[in-house]
Design a protein around this ligand. Structure first.
Ligand code: FPP
Length: 267
């Protein structure tokens, strides 16, 4: 049997184990480990990012196949500007190239692409291609791909707080009207359901300023695999693990014959 066939069989076996009724609608991913992957191989870090794009394409396909509806990926954080200029320039150029080469297929598959973050510091050429990609795909409804660039969760929360404060001081809204729902409606992700699952690759166990508000009740899955080695098999493993979780949202699971005293310590 060829290696490709063996991989397909392994993936199919895992795929069959997934409860199609309990597939997360929205999966968020911190695609970590590109640099380490390349360095381990004696290659420049940029090779890891390039390979990372191929992996993202595969995971996008896998999540559609599974029935997920939204994928949100962390492609460039507000902290990534501190990397060497050469690497930052490479990433900016990579975003450009990916959009140029992939937007046709993304559109044909009725996927909507949205960039989340402060685009102001990016070069005009990138801003233009982002804007044209977003407007081309804006009415697509089979799938939503959110790409977070120059994004920071704290910055997003501060921005919303300022907007609400401004509305309060101008009298547009009352302080008593400020609640979670209103806060949600001002977020960059407004209108999008919060992720049920966050996957972070490369074994790091941090949120790293990603979707701080939106991840409040998300299940977190840490994969030891570096992003360039992540694949459909690893993705399916994350979904199966997610499906084994008991999501209580801070409440308690009511079991038959279970008294409050028995269950009060579960959270
Ligand atoms: C983290 O690995 C990865 C990034 C900062 C960049 C990820 C970007 C892509 C895969 C390109 C996606 C492109 C589009 C248009 C969606 P790292 O460099 O932090 O790795 P390290 O922790 O090993 O140093």
């Amino acid at each position: 049997m060829s290696l490709g066939k063996i991989i397909d069989t392994k993936n199919n076996d895992l795929f069959k184990r997934i409860d199609k009724q309990k597939v997360p609608e929205h999966v968020a991913i911190i695609m970590d480990g590109n640099g380490r992957w390349a360095t381990k191989k004696g290659l420049p870090r940029t090779y890891g990012h390039k390979r990372g794009v191929d992996v993202l394409k595969k995971i996008l396909k896998a999540s559609k196949k599974l029935g997920c509806k939204v994928l949100t990926v962390y492609a460039f954080s507000t902290e990534n500007w501190t990397r060497p200029t050469k690497e930052v320039d490479f990433l900016i150029n990579l975003f450009n190239e990916v959009l140029k080469n992939e937007i046709k297929e993304i559109h044909e598959e009725s996927t909507k692409i949205k960039f989340i973050g402060d685009l102001t510091p990016f070069p005009e050429t990138l801003k233009k291609i982002i804007s044209s990609s977003e407007s081309l795909t804006k009415d697509n409804n089979a799938f939503l791909l959110n790409v977070c660039v120059n994004y920071g969760g704290r910055q997003e929360i501060v921005k919303v707080a300022k907007e609400l404060a401004l509305k309060c001081s101008s009298g547009e809204i009352k302080l008593s009207e400020v609640n979670e729902e209103l806060f949600n409606s001002e977020l960059l992700t407004r209108g999008i359901k919060d992720p049920e699952l966050l996957i972070r690759t490369s074994g790091e166990k941090r949120i790293s300023n990603f979707l701080l508000w939106q991840l409040a009740y998300s299940e977190i899955y840490i994969s030891e695999v570096l992003w360039p080695d992540f694949n459909e098999f690893e993705f399916l493993k994350a979904i199966i693990d997610y499906q084994s979780r008991d999501r209580r949202f801070g409440g308690i699971k009511s079991l038959p014959n279970e008294s409050f005293e028995d269950s009060q310590y579960s959270s």
